[in-house]
Design a protein around this ligand. Structure first.
Ligand SMILES: Cc1cc2nc3c(=O)[nH]c(=O)nc-3n(C[C@H](O)[C@H](O)[C@H](O)COP(=O)(O)OP(=O)(O)OC[C@H]3O[C@@H](n4cnc5c(N)ncnc54)[C@H](O)[C@@H]3O)c2cc1C
Length: 315
């Protein structure tokens, strides 16, 4: 427990596009926002080299560069950006309590949760190698599919999102091979049918990914195991898409905030309101559909405006 308690008008938890956009709006509305960056300052985009779809960057921008610019923009209006990790909350009262690093206690009139979601990967060393190199492994077809136009790619996954992404890739790529680990899709029938009917998607059921193959920089094939025959095959591909789900970073809120079965925060449609008055959500922490920087930024704006209106209603 901390000796001193800091009183805060607007606390923002998380430093991705949602958090920084909320900070820009809240700072310009004189809400004196304080933003804690968490373990990944700048959020998910700091792990990508090329962002080509955020409006305003004609020639594209690297993820880290874009996030530094968002941070500078928020600081310019007086947002207080701090290192630290929210470890516990108590949203049972009118004043929302948040603990940082298990020690600093904050009493907040409003809280904006923008803690994002983390893509799940298979965990293969070769997958992680190419992911870190930025050369051929991705968890986002909408973000990176364009880089593989007219090429052959492999996607792993069996749920609705995997089908959605495979279908998206089929419009850009020459061929999409879909690896499904078991004998069944987890996706809805309609999504499964959609991929099954798409000519340039080949589905390999009951196949495990063994290794991502390539030279030191670039992927050229995926090694997969046919679990029915025990045969190992190599599928030529320049891109490997992992679509096995995301984990929203919302565990610490679960005793107070309504989450769906995966852990995404449920907001009132068309607003950033959560089930707790004065606590708002923005970005991927509540979004299992779009998961883009621009939608995260858009909902960051909404959360700051909703927080500002909430404060005004209390005056
Ligand atoms: C490899 C990759 C490439 C991508 N490329 C693109 C692209 O080209 N274009 C595009 O539009 N989108 C892209 N995306 C998706 C985009 O990055 C996300 O949609 C976006 O970053 C979501 O923003 P966010 O602010 O909701 O959360 P995030 O960016 O995930 O940020 C979450 C923040 O919350 C912090 N946090 C988490 N828990 C806590 C806690 N307990 N206390 C304090 N802080 C906490 C983290 O440190 C982090 O700063 C890509 C994603 C990945 C992984």
């Amino acid at each position: 427990m901390s000796d001193t308690i800091e009183k805060i008008k607007c606390l923002i938890i998380g430093s991705g596009p949602a958090g920084y956009t909320a900070a820009i709006y809240a700072a310009r509305a004189n809400m004196n926002p304080i933003l804690y960056q968490g373990m990944q300052p700048g959020g998910q985009l700091t792990t990508t080299n090329e962002v080509e779809n955020f409006p305003g960057y004609v020639d594209g921008v690297t993820g880290p560069e874009m996030m530094v610019q968002l941070q500078e923009q928020a600081k310019r209006f007086g947002a207080d950006i701090r290192d630290g990790w929210a470890t516990k909350v108590d949203f049972s009262g009118d004043i929302h309590k948040v603990w940082i690093n298990d020690s600093i206690e904050l009493h907040c009139e409003t809280v904006i949760i923008s803690t994002g979601a983390t893509a799940k990967y298979l965990g293969l060393p070769s997958e992680q190698h190419y992911l870190n190199m930025g050369g051929g492994v991705s968890a986002c077809a909408v973000c990176d599919g364009f880089f593989y136009r007219n090429q052959e790619v492999v996607i792993v996954g069996a749920g609705d999102s995997a089908c959605e992404e495979a279908h998206y890739l089929s419009k850009l790529c020459k061929k999409v091979t879909m690896l499904v680990r078991s004998e069944k899709f987890r996706a809805s029938k309609i999504m499964e049918e959609r991929v099954r009917k798409t000519e340039n998607i080949e589905i390999l059921m009951n196949h495990d990914t063994v290794e991502v193959l390539g030279d030191s920089n670039v992927v050229h094939a995926i090694k997969a195991l046919n679990k029915t025959t025990g045969e190992t095959i190599e599928i030529p591909a320049t891109g490997f898409f992992v679509a096995i789900g995301h984990k929203p970073n919302t565990d610490i809120f679960k005793d107070y905030i309504t989450l769906d079965e995966t852990g995404y925060i449920i907001n009132t449609p068309g607003t950033s309101n959560t089930n707790v008055a004065g606590v708002f959500v923005a970005g991927d922490a509540a979004d299992h559909v779009y998961r883009q920087a621009i939608t995260a930024a858009g909902t960051g704006c909404m959360a700051a405006l909703d927080a500002e209106r909430y404060l005004a209603s209390k005056e």
